[in-house]
Design a protein around this ligand. Structure first.
Ligand code: GDP
Length: 405
């Protein structure tokens, strides 16, 4: 607007009050009324050149009001440009007690098992048919043939020796036997402690996460990063699943929510071993506690998988020893999951199992079967799609979850 506008309006015979109002309105619109990141004197208020999108929008709106039109009292609010807003970091839920918090989901999935076992065991005189029914119930819950037979045998002995009279006693004996099957003596701790190399340099704990695509691997790496952040660990992610286009983006999003960086390649199909190596190297240089490496899991060809994981392992161990190799298994896949476990067990030197989607199955018995199959403990369980729905596996909480309801 020309600075002489007021004079010009007055000369044209416009009443002074209206002329002043029009000029004031135009000036207010140009200044953005102070709403926005820069305040009334910021660049978006003064620059006529192209600026940030919203700054331009402010200028675009500052069309002079035609004479006689009632001036707006306030300019529309200016949106803050996204880039100017630091995303607020999320605070992950505490790790202690997570399984207790999520136990309801286990009960939903496990109650058919617990309730059916209790119902049969509470009958007055257990016949051979009853014992068959018990075994069938265990098999249907994916407990596996060997462990089911062991459990039946143990229960038969208890019944013969002690007799099972009141429901409280039935429950207590079943709890004890299920717990023995899940094996509370296994070491389920995650090795995430960094070490010191011979030359005195810092070596992060490198955790390699393997499993078939679709089992929840990337999600688990994201959730695990949150578990570690909740425990005040510093973490770096390595996106070595370079075959699934969105995997690196997905991982990066998980990390950025809790302030964890991701090492990735900028092109799909890059060598996963190179990305894993870069992540370990950067983790060393930055002095982080834990480097979590996500991998691709294509099972079409066992030799190919073996080559790929073998190469990743070799190059990673040049930088740091593997602290953990976690196999992610989808609990809803039953026998198929066990077959996968067998293959990965052979090729990857698995040290722990993460059983995902336990919230979506009545077959919690897979915990027992997979531990027997691989001889390694279930260390973590996924009980939902929420960011903090990953819990350290606790045998007692697990059995209580199955038996409640
Ligand atoms: P990946 O291909 O193995 O990396 O699998 P993704 O991490 O992409 O996960 C596949 C799907 O499984 C996603 O929709 C996840 O939200 C879902 N998922 C992962 N873990 C769980 C879990 O514990 N419970 C449920 N209900 N869904 C899960």
């Amino acid at each position: 607007m020309n600075p002489d506008t007021l004079t010009w309006l007055l000369a044209a015979g416009v009443p002074i009050a209206l002329a002043v109002t029009v000029v004031t309105a135009v000036v207010r619109r140009r200044s953005g009324t102070g709403i926005g990141p820069e305040g009334p004197t910021g660049p978006s208020a003064q620059d006529d050149g192209p600026g940030p999108a919203t700054g331009t929008a402010v200028l675009d709106r500052s069309v002079e009001a035609p004479v006689g039109e009632a001036p707006p009292v306030e300019a529309p609010p200016v949106e803050v440009p996204e880039a100017a807003v630091e995303p607020e970091l999320e605070v992950p839920a505490p790790v202690a007690g997570r399984l207790a918090r999520l136990r309801g989901r286990l009960a939903r999935s496990g109650s058919p098992l617990g309730a059916r076992l209790l119902a049969v065991l509470s009958r007055d005189h257990l016949t051979e048919d009853d014992w068959d029914e018990l075994e069938e119930t265990l098999l249907l819950a994916d407990v596996g043939a060997g462990p089911s037979a062991d459990l039946i045998e143990a229960l038969r002995t208890r019944v013969r020796v002690e007799g099972l009279r009141d429901p409280g006693q039935v429950r207590a004996v079943l709890r004890e036997q299920l717990l023995a099957l899940v094996d509370p003596t296994l070491d389920r701790s995650l090795n995430t402690t960094p070490s010191t190399a011979a030359d005195g340099s810092h070596v992060p704990a490198v955790v390699l996460v393997v499993g078939v695509n679709g089992t929840g691997k990337t999600t688990t790496v994201g959730k695990l990063a949150r578990v570690l952040v909740a425990e005040d660990r510093t973490v770096l992610l390595g996106a070595a699943d370079t075959f699934r286009a969105a995997a690196a983006d997905q991982l990066q999003t998980w990390g950025s929510r809790v302030g964890v960086h991701t090492v990735r390649s900028d092109r799909d199909g890059a060598d996963p071993a190179a990305v894993a190596f870069d992540a370990a190297k950067q983790g060393r240089a930055e002095g982080v506690d834990v480097v979590l490496v996500d991998t691709a899991g294509r099972l079409q060809n066992k030799a190919g998988l073996m080559d790929e994981l073998g190469k990743i392992t070799r190059v990673l161990t040049r930088e740091a020893p593997l602290a953990e190799v976690l196999l992610v298994l989808d609990a809803t896949t039953g026998q198929n999951g066990l077959n996968q476990a067998r293959v990965f067990g052979e090729v990857a030197g698995v040290t722990g199992i993460v059983l995902t989607k336990l919230d979506g199955t009545a077959k919690g018995g897979i915990v027992v079967a997979v531990q027997r199959e691989l001889g390694v403990p279930v260390k973590l369980v996924g009980l939902g799609e929420g960011p903090d729905d990953l819990a350290p596996f606790d045998p007692e909480e697990f059995v209580d979850g199955i038996l409640q309801g």
